[in-house]
Design a protein around this ligand. Structure first.
Ligand code: GLU
Length: 471
C-alpha cells in the first residue's frame, strides 16, 4: 500500500498571513485532501522578537477564513528546540557534524580571502578535521554539518525538475548555534521528519535550502520527502509582489469584502491549472488537484481579475449567506451604522439582495448599495449626484410625487406604469425621470432598479424621500 500523504504548511508568524503563503497552504491542503492524506500546520516561531501571539493568531484566522483546516494540533517549532539539539548531537556522534570554534575575526578573514579569490564567501572547513583537543578555552562552539566535499546534490522536484547543486557550492553550514539553539535549516528537517511529512510544497525561494536540507537528511539516514518548489508571485509589473502593488495580508482581503471561495479560486489559478478552467469550486479543485498541474512560470497577481472573480462569487452566492457576511464585515471594519441598519432590516436586505448582487464586486460595495434600505431622512446625497435633484428636477419630482401618491397598488408594474406615463406627459425619456427619483430615494446615481427600491422601502418612505427634494 502506498504511504499516506502528509503535507505541511510551515509559516513564520510575521504579523499577517501573506497571500503568497496562503497560496502555498492551499496547494499543500489540496494535495492532502485529494489523496486522502493529512495536512499539518507548523508555526515556525523561532524568531522570538517577531513571533507574537497576535501574529500566530493571524495565521489561524487566515487559514480558517479560507477554509484550509489543518489536521491535528499545530506544531510550535520553538518548543521543539531540545529535540533539534538532540539531533545535532546525533549527527556529531555519527561523524556527520563537528564543533567549530572559529572566532568572528577568523570568519571575517575567511570571507575576505574568498572575496579576494573571486569566490563566494564560504566557510573553509577550518575545524572539519581538527581534533577537539585543540579547542580554544572559554569558547562556546557552534555545530556545523559535514557537507560532502565533491559530487552533486540533486533536488528531484515536482515543479522544477531535476535541479543539480555542486557540493563545492554548499559549505559546512551551522546547524546549532553556540547558545544551543537550532538554525532554521536543522529545525525544518527535524520537524518535517518527526511529523512524517511525505511532500513538501513551498516557495522556490527555498530551493537552495532544499539542497542543504538533503545533506542533513542524508547525515541522519532519513528518507528525503518529495518536493515541489513553486514560483513566487509577482506583481502586475513583473516585479516581486510587494506592498506597493496592493494589500498582502489575507485579512485585508476579508476586510475589503472578498469572499473566501473567490480567494481560493483566484489563488488556485495563480500557479496551478486544470485545462482552461477558470472558475471552479473548492470541491472541484480538490478533485482535480495534482502536483503536475503546478506551473513552472512565475505568476502575476492581477488585482482586477481577482475583483472580477469575486464579483462572480457574489452573484452566485445565496442571499442568506451574503447577508451574514455583510453584517460581519460591516462590524469588522467599524461601520456601525451599516451594521445596525442591516441587522434591523434583515427581511428587506434579503429581498433586495438579488437586485444588488449583479451590481457589486465586493461585499463593501454591496453594503454601500444596501444603504438606501436603512438611510435616515433627509438622506445624504452624494455630491456627484446632487445636480440630479436641483433646478428643474425639483418640479419634476413634485409631479412624480403627485402621480405616485395616487397609486393604490404599490407594485413594480404599477409604479413603472405611473413613472412612464409621467415621462411621456413631460416629453422626457424614462431615464430623465428615473435619475432624479434614484438620487432622491438613494442619494446615489447607482442603485438597484428604482421601482424595486420603492417597493422595498415602501410607499410612505418613498413618498417622504421624494418629497424632501420636490418643489
Ligand atoms: N518558515 C518558512 C517561511 O515562512 C518556510 C519553511 C519551509 O516551508 O520549509 O518561509
Amino acid at each position: 500500500m502506498p504511504k499516506k500523504v502528509v503535507t505541511r504548511f510551515a509559516p513564520s508568524p510575521t504579523g499577517y498571513l501573506h497571500i503568497g503563503s496562503a497560496r502555498t497552504a492551499l496547494f499543500s491542503w489540496a494535495y492532502a485532501r485529494h489523496t486522502g492524506g493529512d495536512f499539518l500546520l507548523r508555526i515556525e516561531d523561532t524568531d522570538r522578537e517577531r513571533s507574537t501571539e497576535d501574529a500566530v493568531q493571524a495565521i489561524y484566522d487566515g487559514l480558517t477564513w479560507l477554509g484550509l483546516q489543518w489536521d491535528g494540533e499545530p506544531t510550535l517549532q520553538f518548543g521543539r528546540a531540545a529535540r533539534h539539539a538532540e539531533i545535532a548531537s546525533e549527527l556529531l556522534a555519527r561523524g556527520q557534524a563537528y564543533y567549530c570554534y572559529c572566532s568572528p575575526e577568523e570568519l571575517a578573514t575567511m570571507r575576505e580571502e574568498a572575496r579576494a579569490a573571486g569566490k563566494p564567501p564560504r566557510y573553509n572547513g577550518m575545524w572539519r578535521d581538527r581534533d577537539p583537543s585543540e579547542a580554544p578555552a572559554g569558547v562556546a562552539p557552534v555545530i556545523r554539518i559535514k557537507a560532502p566535499l565533491s559530487g552533486e546534490i540533486v533536488v528531484d522536484d515536482h515543479v522544477q525538475g531535476k535541479v543539480v547543486f555542486k557540493t563545492e557550492n554548499l559549505d559546512d553550514f551551522i546547524i546549532l548555534r553556540s547558545d544551543g539553539t537550532p538554525t532554521y535549516m536543522l529545525a525544518v528537517v527535524v520537524d518535517d521528519h518527526d511529523m512524517g511529512v511525505t511532500h513538501i510544497i513551498r516557495g522556490d525561494d527555498h530551493l537552495t535550502n532544499a539542497a542543504r536540507q538533503i545533506i542533513i537528511y542524508n547525515g541522519m539516514g532519513w528518507d528525503v520527502p518529495e518536493m515541489a518548489h513553486i514560483p513566487l508571485i509577482h506583481g502586475p509589473d513583473g516585479a516581486k509582489l510587494s506592498k506597493r502593488h496592493g494589500a498582502l495580508g489575507v485579512g485585508a482581503y476579508r476586510q475589503m469584502g472578498y469572499l473566501p471561495d473567490a480567494m481560493i479560486n483566484y489563488l488556485a489559478r495563480l500557479g496551478w491549472s486544470h485545462g482552461d478552467d477558470e472558475l471552479f469550486s473548492v470541491q472541484q479543485m480538490v478533485e482535480w488537484f495534482s502536483l503536475e498541474g503546478l506551473n513552472k512560470g512565475a505568476a502575476r497577481f492581477d488585482f482586477v481579475k481577482l475583483e472580477n472573480v469575486n464579483g462572480h462569487y457574489i452573484r452566485e452566492a445565496r442571499p442568506e449567506a451574503l447577508y451574514k457576511v455583510m453584517v460581519e464585515t460591516a462590524r469588522e471594519v467599524g461601520r456601525e451604522v451599516d451594521h445596525e441598519g442591516l441587522l434591523a432590516n434583515r427581511e428587506t436586505a434579503l429581498a433586495a439582495l438579488p437586485e444588488l448582487q449583479p451590481r457589486a464586486k465586493t461585499v463593501l460595495e454591496l453594503i454601500d448599495l444596501a444603504q438606501f434600505i436603512y438611510a435616515v431622512r433627509p438622506i445624504t446625497v452624494d455630491p456627484a449626484a446632487a445636480e440630479h435633484v436641483s433646478g428643474d428636477a425639483r418640479a419634476l419630482l413634485a409631479a412624480a410625487l403627485e402621480a405616485l401618491r395616487g397609486l393604490n397598488d404599490w407594485s413594480v408594474p404599477a409604479i413603472d406604469a405611473a413613472v412612464r406615463a409621467l415621462a411621456e406627459v413631460h416629453g422626457l425619456k424614462l431615464g430623465k425621470v428615473a435619475q432624479p427619483l434614484r438620487v432622491a430615494l438613494t442619494g446615489r446615481t447607482v442603485s438597484p432598479g428604482i421601482f424595486e427600491v420603492m417597493v422595498l422601502i415602501g410607499k410612505k418612505e418613498s413618498l417622504a424621500r421624494i418629497g424632501d427634494h420636490a418643489a
